[in-house]
Design a protein around this ligand. Structure first.
Ligand code: GDP
Ligand code: MG
Length: 173
């Protein structure tokens, strides 16, 4: 079966910049207004996989349910990759994803995860590049290395690169 839609879910604490990263990637726009999205939704964009296939990447964003600590099964169901956006603390979100997506243990170990440390335009960082890499290393496996990007939804640094990389990580049958 040829799969041509990739479901990608954005997860991470409220306020880390998930919505801003998606806006920057899709519309090349940034606004300082903090507006909780109403109803989880997705936006679709055509991207190219590693072997040159065109696929539609569906990028899901939350409706602000992250305030309730968990996004629930419907949001995660059928995801092909997840993007962990952080500025402070990641572990809880990875655990929540793996728990609620009900992947078999073996599959969960190799599931495509990509990290985006957002807001690099701000000087006062709390997570060093080394800490982020070390975290990714611990949770990577022989078959799945978690790539770490640092980006700014505000000025657009690395946003295109990070999202385009997702399509390169997903195996399409
Ligand atoms: P979400 O809750 O994860 O969707 O976060 P938002 O995208 O709504 O962003 C939360 C706040 O952080 C907003 O005030 C954004 O303007 C701000 N923000 C998001 N990304 C960046 C960034 O890269 N740099 C800076 N300086 N602020 C950002
Ligand atoms: Mg949001």
């Amino acid at each position: 079966m040829h799969k041509d839609i990739l479901k990608v879910v954005l997860i991470g604490d409220g306020g880390v910049g998930k919505t801003s990263l998606r806006n920057q990637y899709i519309h090349k726009k940034f606004t300082n207004a903090y507006k909780a999205t109403i109803g989880a939704d997705f936006i679709t964009k055509e991207v190219e996989t590693d072997d040159g296939k065109k696929v539609m990447m569906q990028i899901w964003d939350t409706a602000g349910q992250e305030r309730f600590q968990s996004l629930g099964v419907a949001y995660y169901r059928g995801a092909d990759a997840c993007v962990l956006v952080y500025d402070l603390f990641l572990e809880r979100w990875r655990e929540d994803f793996l728990k609620q997506s009900s992947l078999p243990t073996e599959e969960a170990r190799h599931f495509p995860i990509l990290m985006i440390g957002n807001k690099i335009d701000i000087d006062d960082r709390v997570v060093s590049r080394r800490q982020a890499r070390a975290w990714a290393e611990i949770h990577s496996s022989d078959k799945m290395q978690i790539p770490c990007f640092e980006a700014s939804a505000k000025n657009g640094d690395n946003v295109e690169k990070a999202f385009a990389h997702i399509a390169k990580m997903v195996k399409i049958p």
